[in-house]
Design a protein around this ligand. Structure first.
Ligand SMILES: [Mn+2]
Length: 346
């Protein structure tokens, strides 16, 4: 657990309140905000920024969401009003002007510079106004005034806490977005980060009219025909190692094209092999083109901190779920990562 205001200084629990107060002051004393989440956004990042930006707008502030990339079709249900802008689909001078005019830039659900690509340089040039709110473990913070609480189930939970600190009332929309964030990051209340606090929060949010069935349906039950056909192809690649304690699958660009599927639709595939009983860890390798490979790492046991392995390949995340973006030959990278996993099974 890290609550900190400066790099590499760990603060005590009692100082957590001071951090929220600093964020609260930043909100109260400024009027123009930019909010962004990480590249390849998920429902936690999206829900958190939609909830916070809407609350800021209700306070009479100007809050603009500017993400590294546009919203994937699979998450469009969360933004029916089209509040989210993608840096990748805007003119550089327009996004620069927004960043220039902003007094505070919130970076939500990540604390890693390269997760802001392709806008890393633009944000880094204005790092003085950057504030991170995140729940991913880290030993190195991006900015002063970051609120990083790795015990939080989700960034959504932290935004809830911030709004409570601000005394800002929730409404149906804000509750809906925060609920989506929590449901996503707890795997619909199945993961280890599910605890009494999460249930209490979910209970409170549903009082604003959130329909749990609908959120679950949107987030977890929306496979397309092409997506399921693609899953079939990917499952054909299933391999085991280390006495069946490691399972891994891969997806080539060709498989994606032939089934007409999209990358986002393959995000949940790793959970299928994660469910295999003797498996303690699993990997999913995805070919992105230009020699880039996205790797998802999952661990099922306390004994295997998969984040340590992901970090060896330049990635990061949580002990049980992590990811990395690697450059190299697809087959060689797979062999290398599987070989490096030996340390997990000693
Ligand atoms: Mn998250």
């Amino acid at each position: 657990m890290i609550y900190t205001v400066t790099e590499n200084i760990l603060l005590r629990e009692s100082e957590r309140d001071d951090l929220w107060k600093a964020v609260k002051r930043a909100i109260q004393h400024n009027t123009r905000f930019i909010l962004c989440t990480h590249l390849d956004p998920d429902a936690d990042g999206i829900g958190s920024e939609l909830a916070l930006s809407t609350a800021l707008a209700q306070m009479g502030k100007r809050a603009v969401i500017l993400n590294p990339d546009s919203l994937p079709p699979i998450l469009q249900f969360m933004d029916p009003e089209g509040l989210i802008r993608g840096f990748d689909s805007m003119r550089l001078e327009d996004s620069r002007r927004l960043l220039e005019e902003a007094e505070v830039i919130f970076f939500l659900d990540s604390g890693v510079w390269n997760r802001l690509q392709p806008m890393t340089e633009e944000i880094a040039a204005r790092a003085g106004k950057l504030l991170c709110i995140d729940h991913h473990p880290t030993d190195k913070l991006l900015t002063k005034g970051s609120v990083v609480d790795e015990r939080a189930s989700s960034t959504g939970e932290l935004i809830y806490e911030l709004l409570a600190e601000l005394g800002h009332p929730l409404d149906e929309r804000i509750a809906y977005w925060l609920y989506c964030a929590i449901v996503k990051d707890t795997g619909s209340f199945r993961f280890e980060n599910t605890n009494p606090k999460v249930f209490k929060l979910a209970s409170e949010l549903t009082r604003y009219g959130v329909a749990p069935y609908e959120v679950y349906d949107q987030l977890f039950e929306r496979n397309s025909i092409s997506g399921v056909l693609c899953l079939g192809r990917v499952l054909d690649t299933l391999r085991f190692a280390y006495d069946n304690r490691l399972a891994y699958i891969y997806l080539t660009k060709q498989m994606l094209e032939e089934t007409g599927s999209s990358m986002e639709e393959t995000d949940n595939f790793i959970n299928v092999i994660r469910s295999i009983d003797p498996v303690q860890a699993c990997f999913f390798f995805r070919e992105l083109g230009n020699n880039k490979i996205k790797i998802s790492f999952r661990s099922k046991t306390k004994e295997i901190d998969i984040n340590l392995l992901a970090e060896k390949f330049g990635g990061g995340g949580h002990k049980r779920a992590s990811g990395a973006l690697v450059e190299g030959n697809f087959e060689e990278v797979i062999d290398k990562v599987v070989a490096a996993a030996a340390e997990c099974f000693n």
